[in-house]
Design a protein around this ligand. Structure first.
Ligand code: ACO
Length: 426
Protein backbone atom coordinates (compact mmCIF):
# COMPACT_ATOMS: atom_id res chain seq x y z
CA UNK A 1 0.00 0.00 0.00
CA UNK A 2 1.27 3.54 -0.79
CA UNK A 3 0.90 6.50 1.52
CA UNK A 4 -1.94 6.18 4.03
CA UNK A 5 -3.76 8.26 6.64
CA UNK A 6 -4.62 6.79 10.01
CA UNK A 7 -7.93 7.45 11.79
CA UNK A 8 -8.13 6.30 15.42
CA UNK A 9 -11.44 6.28 17.17
CA UNK A 10 -12.84 4.49 20.25
CA UNK A 11 -9.96 2.02 20.36
CA UNK A 12 -10.18 1.21 16.64
CA UNK A 13 -7.55 2.35 14.21
CA UNK A 14 -8.13 2.34 10.44
CA UNK A 15 -5.51 2.88 7.79
CA UNK A 16 -6.97 4.75 4.82
CA UNK A 17 -5.38 4.94 1.35
CA UNK A 18 -4.28 8.33 -0.02
CA UNK A 19 -5.33 8.92 -3.64
CA UNK A 20 -3.51 11.33 -5.92
CA UNK A 21 -4.95 12.96 -9.04
CA UNK A 22 -3.06 14.62 -11.91
CA UNK A 23 -3.03 17.84 -9.90
CA UNK A 24 -4.73 19.26 -6.81
CA UNK A 25 -4.63 18.16 -3.16
CA UNK A 26 -4.26 14.50 -2.19
CA UNK A 27 -7.50 12.75 -1.19
CA UNK A 28 -8.07 10.44 1.77
CA UNK A 29 -10.18 7.49 0.60
CA UNK A 30 -12.65 7.00 3.45
CA UNK A 31 -14.92 4.45 1.73
CA UNK A 32 -14.16 1.63 4.20
CA UNK A 33 -14.30 3.89 7.28
CA UNK A 34 -17.88 3.05 8.25
CA UNK A 35 -17.49 -0.69 7.68
CA UNK A 36 -14.26 -0.87 9.71
CA UNK A 37 -14.70 1.81 12.39
CA UNK A 38 -18.49 2.31 12.53
CA UNK A 39 -18.07 6.06 12.11
CA UNK A 40 -19.29 8.61 9.56
CA UNK A 41 -17.60 11.86 8.47
CA UNK A 42 -19.39 15.23 8.71
CA UNK A 43 -18.96 17.81 5.95
CA UNK A 44 -22.05 19.90 5.17
CA UNK A 45 -21.51 21.91 1.99
CA UNK A 46 -18.81 19.42 0.88
CA UNK A 47 -16.00 21.84 1.77
CA UNK A 48 -13.44 19.01 2.09
CA UNK A 49 -15.11 16.14 0.29
CA UNK A 50 -14.45 14.84 -3.23
CA UNK A 51 -17.73 13.30 -4.39
CA UNK A 52 -16.34 11.64 -7.53
CA UNK A 53 -13.35 11.07 -9.77
CA UNK A 54 -13.43 13.25 -12.89
CA UNK A 55 -11.27 13.87 -15.96
CA UNK A 56 -13.21 16.87 -17.28
CA UNK A 57 -12.31 20.13 -15.50
CA UNK A 58 -9.55 21.19 -13.12
CA UNK A 59 -9.54 24.33 -10.95
CA UNK A 60 -6.68 25.64 -8.82
CA UNK A 61 -8.43 28.38 -6.91
CA UNK A 62 -5.24 29.69 -5.24
CA UNK A 63 -3.48 30.21 -8.56
CA UNK A 64 -6.60 31.25 -10.51
CA UNK A 65 -6.37 28.32 -12.95
CA UNK A 66 -9.28 26.74 -14.85
CA UNK A 67 -8.57 23.92 -17.32
CA UNK A 68 -11.04 21.96 -19.47
CA UNK A 69 -9.56 18.57 -20.41
CA UNK A 70 -6.18 20.24 -19.68
CA UNK A 71 -6.68 23.33 -21.85
CA UNK A 72 -6.62 26.77 -20.08
CA UNK A 73 -9.93 28.65 -20.26
CA UNK A 74 -8.32 31.84 -21.65
CA UNK A 75 -6.86 29.90 -24.61
CA UNK A 76 -10.21 28.24 -25.31
CA UNK A 77 -12.03 31.58 -25.06
CA UNK A 78 -9.58 33.22 -27.43
CA UNK A 79 -8.98 30.47 -29.99
CA UNK A 80 -11.86 28.01 -29.87
CA UNK A 81 -15.63 28.15 -30.36
CA UNK A 82 -18.41 27.09 -27.99
CA UNK A 83 -19.32 24.11 -30.16
CA UNK A 84 -15.71 22.93 -30.25
CA UNK A 85 -15.53 23.28 -26.44
CA UNK A 86 -18.73 21.19 -26.26
CA UNK A 87 -17.02 18.44 -28.26
CA UNK A 88 -13.94 18.69 -26.03
CA UNK A 89 -15.91 18.44 -22.78
CA UNK A 90 -18.08 15.59 -24.03
CA UNK A 91 -15.39 13.52 -25.76
CA UNK A 92 -12.15 14.38 -23.96
CA UNK A 93 -10.14 15.62 -26.99
CA UNK A 94 -10.32 18.51 -29.44
CA UNK A 95 -11.92 17.30 -32.69
CA UNK A 96 -10.10 17.08 -36.00
CA UNK A 97 -11.78 18.85 -38.94
CA UNK A 98 -13.87 15.81 -39.97
CA UNK A 99 -14.96 15.05 -36.40
CA UNK A 100 -15.97 18.66 -35.90
CA UNK A 101 -17.95 18.74 -39.14
CA UNK A 102 -19.92 15.64 -38.07
CA UNK A 103 -20.51 17.03 -34.57
CA UNK A 104 -21.64 20.41 -35.90
CA UNK A 105 -24.02 18.63 -38.29
CA UNK A 106 -25.45 16.49 -35.45
CA UNK A 107 -26.03 19.49 -33.20
CA UNK A 108 -27.45 21.67 -35.99
CA UNK A 109 -29.92 18.98 -37.05
CA UNK A 110 -31.18 18.47 -33.49
CA UNK A 111 -32.05 22.15 -32.83
CA UNK A 112 -35.72 21.86 -33.79
CA UNK A 113 -38.32 20.97 -31.19
CA UNK A 114 -41.24 18.61 -31.77
CA UNK A 115 -44.08 20.76 -33.05
CA UNK A 116 -46.32 19.72 -30.16
CA UNK A 117 -43.68 21.02 -27.74
CA UNK A 118 -44.63 24.62 -28.61
CA UNK A 119 -48.10 24.10 -27.16
CA UNK A 120 -46.45 23.30 -23.87
CA UNK A 121 -45.20 26.91 -23.50
CA UNK A 122 -48.73 28.27 -23.82
CA UNK A 123 -49.56 26.62 -20.46
CA UNK A 124 -47.32 29.07 -18.58
CA UNK A 125 -48.67 32.39 -17.29
CA UNK A 126 -47.90 35.16 -19.76
CA UNK A 127 -45.48 36.84 -17.31
CA UNK A 128 -43.73 33.60 -16.28
CA UNK A 129 -40.07 33.97 -15.30
CA UNK A 130 -37.96 32.43 -18.10
CA UNK A 131 -36.17 30.18 -15.56
CA UNK A 132 -39.52 28.74 -14.42
CA UNK A 133 -40.24 27.89 -18.05
CA UNK A 134 -36.77 26.32 -18.43
CA UNK A 135 -37.20 23.99 -15.44
CA UNK A 136 -40.57 22.77 -16.71
CA UNK A 137 -39.82 22.65 -20.44
CA UNK A 138 -36.48 20.84 -20.16
CA UNK A 139 -38.02 18.24 -17.83
CA UNK A 140 -40.76 17.76 -20.42
CA UNK A 141 -38.19 16.82 -23.10
CA UNK A 142 -38.20 13.28 -21.65
CA UNK A 143 -41.86 12.94 -22.63
CA UNK A 144 -41.02 13.81 -26.27
CA UNK A 145 -37.80 11.87 -26.83
CA UNK A 146 -38.36 8.43 -25.22
CA UNK A 147 -36.05 6.88 -27.76
CA UNK A 148 -33.01 8.37 -26.01
CA UNK A 149 -33.86 7.91 -22.32
CA UNK A 150 -32.34 4.45 -21.76
CA UNK A 151 -29.25 5.38 -19.74
CA UNK A 152 -27.77 1.88 -20.16
CA UNK A 153 -27.47 2.30 -23.94
CA UNK A 154 -24.25 4.18 -24.94
CA UNK A 155 -25.73 5.27 -28.27
CA UNK A 156 -28.83 6.70 -26.59
CA UNK A 157 -26.59 8.54 -24.12
CA UNK A 158 -24.83 10.26 -27.03
CA UNK A 159 -28.11 11.10 -28.79
CA UNK A 160 -29.66 12.58 -25.64
CA UNK A 161 -26.45 14.61 -25.03
CA UNK A 162 -26.60 16.01 -28.57
CA UNK A 163 -30.31 16.72 -28.22
CA UNK A 164 -29.81 18.64 -24.99
CA UNK A 165 -26.91 20.78 -26.32
CA UNK A 166 -28.89 21.47 -29.52
CA UNK A 167 -32.38 22.07 -28.15
CA UNK A 168 -31.39 24.18 -25.15
CA UNK A 169 -30.89 27.39 -27.24
CA UNK A 170 -34.25 26.82 -28.92
CA UNK A 171 -36.01 26.38 -25.56
CA UNK A 172 -34.13 29.34 -24.02
CA UNK A 173 -35.05 31.60 -26.95
CA UNK A 174 -38.70 30.49 -26.70
CA UNK A 175 -38.70 31.23 -22.94
CA UNK A 176 -37.40 34.74 -23.81
CA UNK A 177 -39.94 35.28 -26.59
CA UNK A 178 -42.80 34.07 -24.41
CA UNK A 179 -41.66 36.41 -21.61
CA UNK A 180 -41.57 39.30 -24.12
CA UNK A 181 -44.91 38.38 -25.72
CA UNK A 182 -43.33 37.94 -29.17
CA UNK A 183 -43.81 35.07 -31.66
CA UNK A 184 -41.33 32.18 -31.63
CA UNK A 185 -38.54 32.15 -34.22
CA UNK A 186 -37.48 28.75 -35.60
CA UNK A 187 -33.82 27.69 -35.81
CA UNK A 188 -31.98 27.91 -39.13
CA UNK A 189 -29.41 25.33 -40.24
CA UNK A 190 -27.19 27.74 -42.17
CA UNK A 191 -26.24 29.73 -39.04
CA UNK A 192 -23.63 29.02 -36.38
CA UNK A 193 -24.70 27.96 -32.86
CA UNK A 194 -24.46 31.49 -31.40
CA UNK A 195 -25.80 33.29 -34.49
CA UNK A 196 -28.80 30.98 -34.47
CA UNK A 197 -29.47 31.66 -30.80
CA UNK A 198 -29.20 35.45 -31.14
CA UNK A 199 -31.47 35.39 -34.20
CA UNK A 200 -34.08 33.25 -32.38
CA UNK A 201 -34.00 35.82 -29.53
CA UNK A 202 -33.92 39.10 -31.46
CA UNK A 203 -35.74 38.58 -34.77
CA UNK A 204 -39.28 39.91 -34.89
CA UNK A 205 -41.72 39.45 -37.80
CA UNK A 206 -41.28 43.10 -38.78
CA UNK A 207 -37.48 43.03 -38.74
CA UNK A 208 -34.98 40.18 -39.03
CA UNK A 209 -31.98 40.10 -36.69
CA UNK A 210 -28.87 41.58 -38.35
CA UNK A 211 -25.70 39.48 -37.92
CA UNK A 212 -22.89 41.25 -36.07
CA UNK A 213 -19.61 39.29 -35.76
CA UNK A 214 -18.45 41.18 -32.63
CA UNK A 215 -21.68 40.47 -30.75
CA UNK A 216 -21.89 36.87 -31.98
CA UNK A 217 -18.30 36.25 -30.90
CA UNK A 218 -19.05 37.80 -27.48
CA UNK A 219 -22.09 35.52 -27.04
CA UNK A 220 -20.02 32.50 -28.01
CA UNK A 221 -17.28 33.51 -25.55
CA UNK A 222 -19.79 33.96 -22.73
CA UNK A 223 -21.04 30.43 -23.45
CA UNK A 224 -17.45 29.11 -23.37
CA UNK A 225 -16.79 30.83 -20.02
CA UNK A 226 -19.84 29.16 -18.45
CA UNK A 227 -19.53 25.71 -20.07
CA UNK A 228 -18.30 23.77 -17.02
CA UNK A 229 -16.91 24.37 -13.54
CA UNK A 230 -16.34 20.87 -12.09
CA UNK A 231 -18.40 19.79 -9.05
CA UNK A 232 -20.38 23.00 -8.31
CA UNK A 233 -23.87 22.82 -6.76
CA UNK A 234 -25.87 22.36 -9.99
CA UNK A 235 -23.42 19.82 -11.47
CA UNK A 236 -23.46 17.84 -8.22
CA UNK A 237 -27.26 17.98 -8.38
CA UNK A 238 -27.22 16.54 -11.92
CA UNK A 239 -24.84 13.76 -10.82
CA UNK A 240 -26.93 12.95 -7.74
CA UNK A 241 -30.18 12.86 -9.72
CA UNK A 242 -28.50 10.72 -12.39
CA UNK A 243 -27.02 8.30 -9.84
CA UNK A 244 -30.46 6.72 -9.42
CA UNK A 245 -30.65 6.00 -13.16
CA UNK A 246 -33.03 8.90 -13.90
CA UNK A 247 -33.10 9.94 -17.56
CA UNK A 248 -30.75 12.76 -18.67
CA UNK A 249 -33.52 15.26 -19.51
CA UNK A 250 -34.92 14.97 -15.97
CA UNK A 251 -31.39 15.26 -14.51
CA UNK A 252 -30.64 18.47 -16.44
CA UNK A 253 -33.98 19.94 -15.29
CA UNK A 254 -32.80 19.26 -11.70
CA UNK A 255 -29.53 21.09 -12.48
CA UNK A 256 -31.43 24.09 -13.84
CA UNK A 257 -33.52 24.25 -10.64
CA UNK A 258 -30.35 24.35 -8.53
CA UNK A 259 -28.68 26.95 -10.76
CA UNK A 260 -31.64 29.30 -10.30
CA UNK A 261 -30.60 30.16 -6.72
CA UNK A 262 -29.02 33.60 -6.09
CA UNK A 263 -25.89 32.06 -4.52
CA UNK A 264 -25.20 30.22 -7.76
CA UNK A 265 -26.44 31.40 -11.16
CA UNK A 266 -28.28 34.48 -9.96
CA UNK A 267 -25.20 36.54 -8.91
CA UNK A 268 -24.66 38.42 -12.20
CA UNK A 269 -28.11 39.97 -11.89
CA UNK A 270 -27.23 41.05 -8.35
CA UNK A 271 -23.92 42.55 -9.50
CA UNK A 272 -25.72 44.64 -12.12
CA UNK A 273 -28.28 45.79 -9.54
CA UNK A 274 -25.46 46.78 -7.19
CA UNK A 275 -23.74 48.94 -9.83
CA UNK A 276 -27.06 50.64 -10.55
CA UNK A 277 -27.61 51.19 -6.83
CA UNK A 278 -24.17 52.82 -6.41
CA UNK A 279 -25.27 55.14 -9.20
CA UNK A 280 -22.09 57.16 -9.72
CA UNK A 281 -18.33 56.98 -9.19
CA UNK A 282 -18.51 59.57 -6.35
CA UNK A 283 -20.64 57.17 -4.28
CA UNK A 284 -18.10 54.32 -4.40
CA UNK A 285 -16.09 55.17 -1.23
CA UNK A 286 -19.30 55.29 0.84
CA UNK A 287 -20.47 51.98 -0.66
CA UNK A 288 -17.10 50.31 -0.01
CA UNK A 289 -17.27 51.52 3.60
CA UNK A 290 -20.69 49.88 3.89
CA UNK A 291 -19.17 46.59 2.67
CA UNK A 292 -16.38 46.88 5.26
CA UNK A 293 -18.98 47.61 7.95
CA UNK A 294 -20.62 44.33 6.80
CA UNK A 295 -23.89 45.97 5.88
CA UNK A 296 -23.78 44.27 2.44
CA UNK A 297 -21.45 42.31 0.19
CA UNK A 298 -19.69 43.45 -2.93
CA UNK A 299 -21.55 41.39 -5.53
CA UNK A 300 -19.41 39.87 -8.27
CA UNK A 301 -16.49 39.70 -5.82
CA UNK A 302 -15.17 36.63 -3.99
CA UNK A 303 -15.59 32.95 -4.75
CA UNK A 304 -15.67 29.73 -2.75
CA UNK A 305 -12.88 28.23 -4.83
CA UNK A 306 -10.94 31.14 -6.37
CA UNK A 307 -8.75 32.94 -3.86
CA UNK A 308 -7.09 34.78 -6.74
CA UNK A 309 -8.43 36.47 -9.88
CA UNK A 310 -11.17 34.28 -11.43
CA UNK A 311 -9.52 33.50 -14.82
CA UNK A 312 -12.95 33.85 -16.48
CA UNK A 313 -13.32 37.40 -15.13
CA UNK A 314 -10.33 38.65 -17.18
CA UNK A 315 -11.86 37.35 -20.42
CA UNK A 316 -15.28 38.69 -19.43
CA UNK A 317 -13.84 42.15 -18.76
CA UNK A 318 -12.27 42.26 -22.24
CA UNK A 319 -15.50 40.97 -23.84
CA UNK A 320 -17.44 43.64 -21.93
CA UNK A 321 -15.28 46.43 -23.40
CA UNK A 322 -15.63 44.97 -26.93
CA UNK A 323 -19.42 44.70 -26.71
CA UNK A 324 -19.92 48.18 -25.22
CA UNK A 325 -17.67 49.72 -27.90
CA UNK A 326 -19.60 47.88 -30.64
CA UNK A 327 -23.03 49.00 -29.44
CA UNK A 328 -21.76 52.54 -28.79
CA UNK A 329 -22.06 52.35 -24.98
CA UNK A 330 -18.36 52.77 -24.10
CA UNK A 331 -19.35 55.59 -21.80
CA UNK A 332 -21.93 53.40 -19.97
CA UNK A 333 -21.94 54.86 -16.43
CA UNK A 334 -22.21 51.34 -14.95
CA UNK A 335 -18.97 50.35 -16.71
CA UNK A 336 -17.21 53.42 -15.26
CA UNK A 337 -18.46 52.46 -11.78
CA UNK A 338 -17.35 48.84 -12.27
CA UNK A 339 -13.82 49.82 -13.38
CA UNK A 340 -13.36 52.28 -10.51
CA UNK A 341 -14.87 49.89 -7.94
CA UNK A 342 -12.56 47.10 -9.07
CA UNK A 343 -9.52 49.43 -8.84
CA UNK A 344 -10.41 50.56 -5.32
CA UNK A 345 -11.27 47.07 -4.06
CA UNK A 346 -8.11 45.46 -5.45
CA UNK A 347 -5.99 47.98 -3.50
CA UNK A 348 -7.97 48.03 -0.27
CA UNK A 349 -6.49 45.90 2.58
CA UNK A 350 -10.02 44.60 3.51
CA UNK A 351 -10.34 42.87 0.14
CA UNK A 352 -6.63 42.05 -0.28
CA UNK A 353 -6.41 40.30 3.10
CA UNK A 354 -9.53 38.23 2.38
CA UNK A 355 -8.33 37.39 -1.13
CA UNK A 356 -11.46 38.85 -2.70
CA UNK A 357 -11.13 39.32 -6.45
CA UNK A 358 -13.70 39.94 -9.19
CA UNK A 359 -15.46 36.75 -10.33
CA UNK A 360 -16.98 36.04 -13.75
CA UNK A 361 -20.22 37.76 -12.74
CA UNK A 362 -18.68 41.19 -12.09
CA UNK A 363 -18.72 42.16 -15.78
CA UNK A 364 -21.18 39.64 -17.26
CA UNK A 365 -24.37 41.54 -16.28
CA UNK A 366 -23.22 44.76 -18.02
CA UNK A 367 -22.21 42.74 -21.09
CA UNK A 368 -25.45 40.77 -21.34
CA UNK A 369 -27.50 43.92 -20.91
CA UNK A 370 -25.58 45.56 -23.76
CA UNK A 371 -26.28 42.48 -25.91
CA UNK A 372 -29.99 43.19 -25.37
CA UNK A 373 -30.94 40.69 -22.64
CA UNK A 374 -33.01 41.68 -19.58
CA UNK A 375 -31.75 40.48 -16.15
CA UNK A 376 -34.41 37.71 -16.07
CA UNK A 377 -32.54 36.02 -18.95
CA UNK A 378 -29.07 36.05 -17.36
CA UNK A 379 -29.44 32.74 -15.52
CA UNK A 380 -31.15 31.17 -18.56
CA UNK A 381 -28.03 31.94 -20.63
CA UNK A 382 -25.89 30.39 -17.90
CA UNK A 383 -28.09 27.24 -17.99
CA UNK A 384 -27.84 27.05 -21.78
CA UNK A 385 -24.04 27.14 -21.62
CA UNK A 386 -23.69 24.86 -18.57
CA UNK A 387 -25.83 22.13 -20.17
CA UNK A 388 -22.75 20.73 -21.92
CA UNK A 389 -20.87 20.59 -18.61
CA UNK A 390 -23.81 18.93 -16.86
CA UNK A 391 -24.33 16.32 -19.56
CA UNK A 392 -20.58 15.57 -19.87
CA UNK A 393 -20.37 15.06 -16.10
CA UNK A 394 -23.56 12.95 -16.13
CA UNK A 395 -22.17 10.75 -18.92
CA UNK A 396 -18.82 10.37 -17.14
CA UNK A 397 -20.65 9.29 -13.99
CA UNK A 398 -22.84 6.71 -15.77
CA UNK A 399 -19.74 5.27 -17.48
CA UNK A 400 -17.70 5.10 -14.23
CA UNK A 401 -17.61 1.50 -12.88
CA UNK A 402 -17.27 2.86 -9.30
CA UNK A 403 -20.59 4.73 -9.66
CA UNK A 404 -23.18 4.04 -6.96
CA UNK A 405 -26.44 5.73 -6.09
CA UNK A 406 -25.57 8.94 -4.16
CA UNK A 407 -26.68 8.48 -0.58
CA UNK A 408 -25.13 10.81 2.04
CA UNK A 409 -25.26 9.99 5.76
CA UNK A 410 -26.31 12.29 8.59
CA UNK A 411 -25.87 13.06 12.29
CA UNK A 412 -29.33 12.48 13.69
CA UNK A 413 -30.11 15.04 16.43
CA UNK A 414 -33.90 14.61 16.61
CA UNK A 415 -36.00 12.91 19.30
CA UNK A 416 -34.89 9.51 20.63
CA UNK A 417 -37.32 6.59 20.11
CA UNK A 418 -40.63 7.15 21.98
CA UNK A 419 -44.15 5.69 22.00
CA UNK A 420 -47.11 7.09 20.13
CA UNK A 421 -49.44 9.22 22.27
CA UNK A 422 -53.20 9.27 21.53
CA UNK A 423 -54.55 12.68 20.53
CA UNK A 424 -56.60 13.18 23.75
CA UNK A 425 -53.43 12.62 25.84
CA UNK A 426 -51.21 15.22 24.10
N1 ACO B 1 -17.97 41.26 -0.28
C1 ACO B 1 -17.46 41.56 0.95
N2 ACO B 1 -16.91 40.65 1.76
C2 ACO B 1 -16.86 39.40 1.32
C3 ACO B 1 -17.36 39.01 0.06
C4 ACO B 1 -17.93 40.01 -0.75
N3 ACO B 1 -18.41 39.72 -1.96
N4 ACO B 1 -17.20 37.68 -0.12
C5 ACO B 1 -16.60 37.25 1.00
N5 ACO B 1 -16.39 38.27 1.87
C6 ACO B 1 -15.70 38.21 3.17
C7 ACO B 1 -16.58 37.62 4.24
O1 ACO B 1 -17.30 38.60 4.93
C8 ACO B 1 -15.58 36.91 5.10
O2 ACO B 1 -14.93 37.88 5.91
P1 ACO B 1 -14.51 37.52 7.43
O3 ACO B 1 -13.53 36.39 7.33
O4 ACO B 1 -13.95 38.76 7.97
O5 ACO B 1 -15.79 37.10 8.11
C9 ACO B 1 -14.53 36.39 4.13
O6 ACO B 1 -14.61 37.30 3.00
C10 ACO B 1 -14.78 34.96 3.64
O7 ACO B 1 -16.12 34.88 3.16
P2 ACO B 1 -17.00 33.56 3.07
O8 ACO B 1 -18.44 33.94 3.02
O9 ACO B 1 -16.54 32.59 4.11
O10 ACO B 1 -16.53 32.98 1.67
P3 ACO B 1 -17.31 31.86 0.87
O11 ACO B 1 -16.24 31.11 0.15
O12 ACO B 1 -18.23 31.07 1.70
O13 ACO B 1 -18.21 32.73 -0.12
C11 ACO B 1 -19.17 33.68 -2.06
C12 ACO B 1 -18.07 32.76 -1.49
C13 ACO B 1 -20.55 33.15 -1.65
C14 ACO B 1 -19.08 33.66 -3.60
C15 ACO B 1 -18.94 35.12 -1.52
O14 ACO B 1 -17.66 35.58 -1.87
C16 ACO B 1 -20.02 36.11 -1.97
O15 ACO B 1 -21.07 36.18 -1.35
N6 ACO B 1 -19.76 36.87 -3.08
C17 ACO B 1 -20.74 37.75 -3.64
C18 ACO B 1 -21.74 36.97 -4.50
C19 ACO B 1 -21.15 36.55 -5.83
O16 ACO B 1 -20.53 37.34 -6.54
N7 ACO B 1 -21.37 35.27 -6.19
C20 ACO B 1 -20.91 34.73 -7.49
C21 ACO B 1 -19.99 33.57 -7.34
S1 ACO B 1 -19.36 33.11 -8.93
C22 ACO B 1 -20.54 32.14 -9.60
O17 ACO B 1 -21.38 31.55 -9.00
C23 ACO B 1 -20.49 31.92 -11.10
Amino acid sequence: MGETAKVSFGGTSVELPILKGTDGPAVVDIRKLYAEADVFTYDPGFTSTASCESKITFIDGDKGVLLHRGYPIDQLAEKSSFLEVCYLLLNGELPNAKEFETFQHNITYHTMLHDQFDRFFAGFRRDAHPMAIMVGAVGALSSFYHDSTNVEDPEQRIISSHRLIAKMPTIAARAFKYFKGQPFVHPRNDLSFSENFLRMCFSVPAEDWKPNPVLTRAMDRIFILHADHEQNASTSTVRLAGSSGANPFACIAAGIACLWGPSHGGANEEALNMLAEIGSVENIPEYVQGVKDRRYRLMGFGHRVYKNYDPRAKVMQQTCHEVLAEVGHSDDPLLKIAIELEKIALNDPYFVERKLYPNVDFYSGITLRALGFPPEMFTVLFALARTVGWISQWKEMIEDPAQKIGRPRQIYTGAAQRDYVAVDKR
